[in-house]
Design a protein around this ligand. Sequence first.
Ligand code: HEM
Length: 128
Amino acid sequence: MTDPTSLYERLGGVFAIATVVDDFIDRVMADARLNANAKVDEAHHKVAPAGFKYLVTEQVCEATGGPQRYTGKTMAVSHDELGITEGEWQAFLDDFKQTLDKFSVPEQEQSELFAIVESTKDDIVKSS
Ligand code: HEM
């Protein structure tokens, strides 16, 4: 049974998380600051956005204490060849903030989500 005090439950469970991820992935895919990186542009648009949304929803649910389990590639493997820069990372965080504000996610939950995202940075950002 899921801990009722978990971040997962405080966010509203899978339906709320999937809704936030849906908006966020649409925002990231359309972000010119990220698509300026040709490898990111190509890799993002060769797969269906729905698949990304599915995998990221699994991942966020697991990381916040939900019962789902992430079944995709590791962050290091899936981002290794992309040459993601610090500036692109900051643009990604800005998109995330815009999505969380759009859905009025409270400050406490936002800071816990940002801490989870930050914990993956070393696997994702490879150049400065
Ligand atoms: C916490 C931050 C991030 C998370 C949780 C995340 C999550 C994911 C996931 C779940 C996948 C799919 C893995 C699979 O195919 O099994 C993926 C792939 C990908 N991500 Fe991220 N990502 C993050 C940051 C970023 C950033 C900052 C960028 C670009 C600036 C980016 C661009 C991409 C691209 C282009 C792919 C497709 C790779 C390929 O199929 O060749 N990601 N990411």
